[in-house]
Design a protein around this ligand. Sequence first.
Ligand code: UDX
Length: 441
Amino acid sequence: MKVTVIGAGYVGLSTGLVLASLGNKVYFVDVDKEKLESLKEGKPPFYEPHVEDLLKRTLKEKRVIFTTDYSEAIPLSDVVFICVGTPLRVSGEADTRQVMSAVRDISKHLGGKTVSIVIKSTVPVGTAREVEKQINKDHYGNFIVLSNPEFLREGHAIEDTFKPDRIVIGANDKKAIEHLIKLYDPIIKQTFKRVISDRLDREIPVVVTTNESAELIKYAANAFLATKISFINEIANIAENVGADITDVAFGIGLDPRIGNLFLKAGLGWGGSCFPKDLKALHQMVGNSGYLPGLLKAVIKVNDEQRFRFLQKIVKVFGDGLRNKKIAVLGIAFKAGTDDLRNSPGVEIVKQLVSLGAKISIYDPLALENARKTLPESVGLCDSIEKAVEKTDAIIITTEAQEFKTMNLEKLGKLVREKIIFDGRNIISNPKGWDYWGVGR
Ligand code: UDX
């Protein structure tokens, strides 16, 4: 099939590259010329496993085209995916202006054949209807609007696109639903050629529902996962007060299949581009409808406070102040396996420590380049754990990077000035000889 993807970010690029590798022709439309130029040369705009490989391969096969021009893509396409950003407005609502602007541009180029317009961006409930109204107003052609939310995780984007837990399709047109299912057939049946990823030995469930339910499924999924994390962080804070160990508590409750052991890791709380934005947008959306979302409010509050509780712990240990204390921060991305710094607890902690007069050196396996653009000039960036910890008064761990889990504390102990570790992700199991501070243990 011929497919257009509007927006070449994490979701758009992963979706489009996987569809291209399944044999489709994919037109990527984006407003960012610089980004398109580097994509044409096979260079992805962010770190994500397999993206560069797939990009180079599909470019070579001439299956992907990058353009700013809708007229080059829409008239040729049967399916158009909208994958643009929906950032937060100051009011806390999701900003759908990029979606609506893409829709206006799409509608200008709709012709005689019926086109499926598939919304993948995370949008407030009711957006698909708005999109339908907008195009009907312009009245340029035949189209069906489908909602098809995306659940991929950064750091696993390609893997998750080839092997999603489910595919959710919201629409009220049987033919358009069948058409989209046909496009996804090699993924649903796991019959794709093994390009990068092993296949699953089962089919992927497809949930067919209304546009509104599909839109809400995405928000509800993120809200539930964020709730699990805030819950375990709250229990971690209780564990600290009563002398329990949260790692054992989480293991003990996670064995109950009704609870499950995933997303029960206590630490600095959730960050990234999705949870913070989507939780706030859902909270605002529900509030606007006249219902007071007490649980969501508490989930956000626990998370907002979690990183500051950790910071307070650090401040308390250095009773005589942090001025001129040299501190190594290991991990600056919002989680391991990505170079994304959006809503990163590590960034916030570093900024606070700098304002308290501490001297910071940082190491992150992937995010140093982005760190330079975000952090104050005074923060030192190091290309190894060893360089970062040299002559420091404390080490702070903010992500679960494999390198941090396996670092040799005995060796590092000889490089530091003081043997103090603040472990924001509870990844150190044997801190013998170190003054150790975790979360909830
Ligand atoms: C998330 C959702 O998982 C994905 O389905 C959705 O499409 C986008 O948002 P992502 O933002 O890539 O994906 O990160 P994820 O791996 O889910 O982690 C989210 C945050 O929660 C991270 O900050 C992570 O460190 C934190 N986390 C996760 C915990 O603190 N504890 C856990 O047990 C799990």
